[in-house]
Write a protein that binds this ligand. Structure first.
Ligand SMILES: [Fe+2]
Ligand SMILES: [Fe+2]
Length: 425
């Protein structure tokens, strides 16, 4: 998983531990501009970050009290996703998951390991290891600061891995209830987590050896992020959850892929780092294939529920799991907004990427072609989704104008991860 250029999100429970229910969490109250955009599924890159703490507030839009009818509709909608007959559909899909999803995991014996991608003293011997480390440091010396910051954001997101399987294990039916369940769903969650575990490890190891980062500050960021956790709008619904992870895995693949291309291309380039990023991105693509295959199946067997779930998630925007990211110098919400702006400017993950992912999923799941089996709400969801990319495109133009203006008056902020050096945002 990695950074995304979107906001809103993470509704309930509040993503700050111990925050009172029904109150804004660590991102505090959204600024008026963002509040106006809430609920339209369109994103802005320049606003401060925020997270609303209840689905009621989200549905109603920030700044006004939810109507009783909205609340009742919302609760009814969630009940429908957790109804026994709908969950039975997931149960019935288990043999299909066995046949079509589990093969997307690679056996341990065929998997790359972090030791394959960074100098390994056991393989190189003392002198060889020392020489390889010097080479690594020399190549890393040319990577610009803004890409270093994007790399940390990518790495920290991966290192918060314990949060993600626990998220999947909140979904009904598909969860791994005992920790060693033998269902295809449970084996997928564990196998996926095991593959993901290597991503943070390899990035962490590269960063440690490169000497370009204040690793203690990075490590504190990871600890804070895991402590603060995350939540998505999926509640316990696998339909909503699989929309999120399908989007998220593709976003992550793009972020790692772009980072790899950029660090490999600048100046002399850091080919070793580019290779690491590319290797991680390839895993993310495989994971995306699995989750979007599952969601595609749900579109096939339950099109109305699937399209409504997708619209629900997009209305709240799909955000990366790092909204609580904090380098120890800035407030979490503000810092996330800064990181988003840095990623946009550096080109590792942009608003345009977000739109392209949405367009891809709309095409992959045949959203435009949905006709039969849709309720009135399902048709509205389909139409909303099909119109959304154009709305985002208009936002891209505005964001571009804002960025051009901002370039004339750049703000520089210090970031602890790179020893307090400043980055232009
Ligand atoms: Fe992933
Ligand atoms: Fe990952």
């Amino acid at each position: 998983m990695a950074l995304a250029a979107t906001f809103s999100r993470f509704g309930y429970p509040s993503c700050k531990p111990n925050a009172p229910a029904g109150r804004y969490c660590c991102y505090h109250k959204p600024p008026p501009k963002a509040a106006a955009a809430a609920g339209n599924g369109v994103l802005s890159l320049s606003s401060s970050w925020r997270c609303r703490s209840t689905p009621r507030e989200i549905m109603a839009g920030a700044g006004r009290r939810p109507e009783k009818k909205d609340v009742a509709d919302e609760e009814e909608e969630w009940r429908s996703y957790l109804a026994p007959e709908r969950l039975e559909v997931l149960r019935q899909l288990e043999p299909w998951v066995e046949e079509h999803v589990l093969p997307l995991l690679k056996p341990v014996e065929a998997s790359w390991q972090p030791s394959d991608l960074v100098p390994d003293p056991a393989a190189l011997g003392s002198d060889g290891f020392h020489a390889a480390c010097l080479d690594l440091r020399a190549a890393a010396a040319g990577v610009p600061d803004e890409l270093l910051v994007c790399l940390v954001a990518n790495m920290v997101t991966e290192e918060a891995l314990p949060t993600y399987p626990s998220g999947l294990n909140r979904f009904e039916v598909v969860r791994d209830a005992t920790g060693t369940d033998t269902t295809a769903w449970a084996r997928w969650i564990r196998g996926w987590s095991a593959e993901e575990n290597r991503h943070g490890d390899v990035l962490n190891r590269y960063m440690h050896l490169s000497g370009r980062f204040d690793m203690r500050e990075v490590e504190r960021t990871v600890q804070r992020l895991i402590r603060d956790g995350m939540t998505i709008h999926a509640h316990a619904s696998p339909f909503h959850g699989f929309v999120y992870v399908s989007f998220q895995e593709r976003a992550t693949a793009i972020a790692h892929g772009n980072t790899g291309r950029l660090v490999g291309a600048r100046g002399a380039g850091d080919a070793a780092l580019a290779r690491i990023c590319g290797t991680v991105a390839a895993d993310e693509k495989r994971h995306e294939a699995a989750y979007s295959r599952i969601m595609g199946k749900l579109f096939e067997v339950e099109p109305d529920a699937a399209v409504r779930a997708m619209a629900y998630m997009m209305r709240r925007r799909i955000d990366m799991p790092t909204a609580c990211i904090n380098d120890g110098r800035h407030g979490a919400g503000d810092f996330y907004a800064r990181i988003i702006a840095i990623a946009e400017k550096a080109g590792t993950y942009t608003l345009s990427d977000y739109r392209c992912i949405l367009e891809h999923l709309i095409g992959q799941w045949g959203v435009k072609e949905l006709a039969t089996g849709l309720s009135g709400e399902g048709r509205r969801a389909r139409d909303y989704l099909c119109a959304l990319p154009n709305r985002i495109e208009r936002m891209e133009e505005k964001a571009h104008d804002r960025a051009t203006k901002a370039q004339k008056k750049p703000t520089r902020i210090p970031i602890n991860w790179i020893f307090g050096r400043t980055i232009s945002v």
